[in-house]
Write a protein that binds this ligand. Sequence first.
Ligand code: CP
Ligand code: NVA
Length: 346
Amino acid sequence: MNQFYNKHFLKLLDFSKKDLYKLITISEKLKYNKKNFKEKKLLIGKNVILIFEKNSTRTRCSFEIACFDQGVNITFLNTKDSHIGYKESLKDSAKILSRMYDGLEYRGYYQKNIEILAKYSTIPVWNGLTNEFHPIQILTDLLTIKENIKNKNIDQIKLSYIGDINNNISYSLIEASIIIGFTLYLISPQKLEFKNNFYIKNIINKIKYYNNIHITNNINIGVKNADFIYTDVWLSMDEKNSFILWENKIKLLYNYQVNKSLLEKSENNNVKIMHCLPSLHSYNHYKKLFNKNILSKYNLYNGLEITNDVFESDKSIIFQQAENKIHIIKAIMITSLLKENINIFN
Ligand code: CP
Ligand code: NVA
C-alpha cells in the first residue's frame, strides 16, 4: 500500500521531509507526462467534491484540470448554494459526502473547520486554503523552487518572505522550513503581530527550536544573499476588505514592497521572485479598488506589494508557480485515492 493512501492533506506539518520530497518527485513525473502527451488516466470513475467558501482562480482551476486529466468526475459547491456549515453541521456534511464521493477539497475560513470535516470523513480531505494555512500552494512553490535551482538542494536555499507575515502563506512557509530545513527569513515591521490562534501559536512556539528560521524587520539582513524573494497581498481574504484596514496595512507595509531596490539588496543577480497570486502590481488594475488619496499619499503608482516592473521581469517565476499547482494537486489526489503502489510512485 502506498504511504499516502486515504491520508488527509490538511497542513504540511502532518508530513515528513521524505513525504514532501516524494510528492514533489511524483508531480515532476506527472508534469513531464502531461507535457509529453504520455499521461495515463489513473482515476477513471472516481468522484470528487470541490467546496469553496472563498474565491479562487488557480486552485479551483488546477483541481478541475487535474480531475479532467485523470478521468475524475467533479461537483463544485460554494457554501452559498449548499447547506454545509449553516443548516447542516460540518460533521453531518462530512459523513454524507463520504458516502457519495471518493475525495473532498475544501477552501474555507477556519482550519478547525477542515479538521472537523477530516475527522468525520472516511475519504481524503484536501486543504485548498484556510485562514491559517495554504499547504498545496507551498508544496507547489517547493516544486517551482526545485525547478529553479541548479547547484543546490531545496534544503540549502535562503528564502526571504517580505510583507504581511501574518497570513496563511507565511505560516505554511514556516511549516515547510521546519520540515525541510531551508533558511527562511520573514521580514515585516515589528508592529505586525501573529494571530492569537491555536494553530498559529503552535507553529510560532516551534520557531525558537529552529535556527534556520528568522523573523526580522531589517530588510538588508533579511534579503541579503536570498535565492528567492517571496511576497503576498497585504490584505488576505479573511480580512475585511475595508478602506480603513487597507490604509492601515499600506501605512505599515509600504516600505516592505518588492521592488528593484530590494532586489539589489539581495546582492544576488540570480535571485528569483515569487508570489502566490492574485497580486496588486498593476496600477491600471488596482486604481479602481482604492481611494486615489491613499495611493498618492504613499506614492503607490507602480504596484502595492510588488512593483509591476519586478513582477513582469525575467527574475519572476510567478506564472510557473501558478501552473505547477495542477501537477502538485494531481500528485496529492492520485496518491491519496489509489491504494496500490503504481509505476509513478517509484
Ligand atoms: N494562489 C491561489 O491559491 O490562488 P487562487 O486564490 O486563485 O486559488
Ligand atoms: N494570503 C492570501 C492568499 C491567496 C492565495 C489570502 O488568503 O487571501
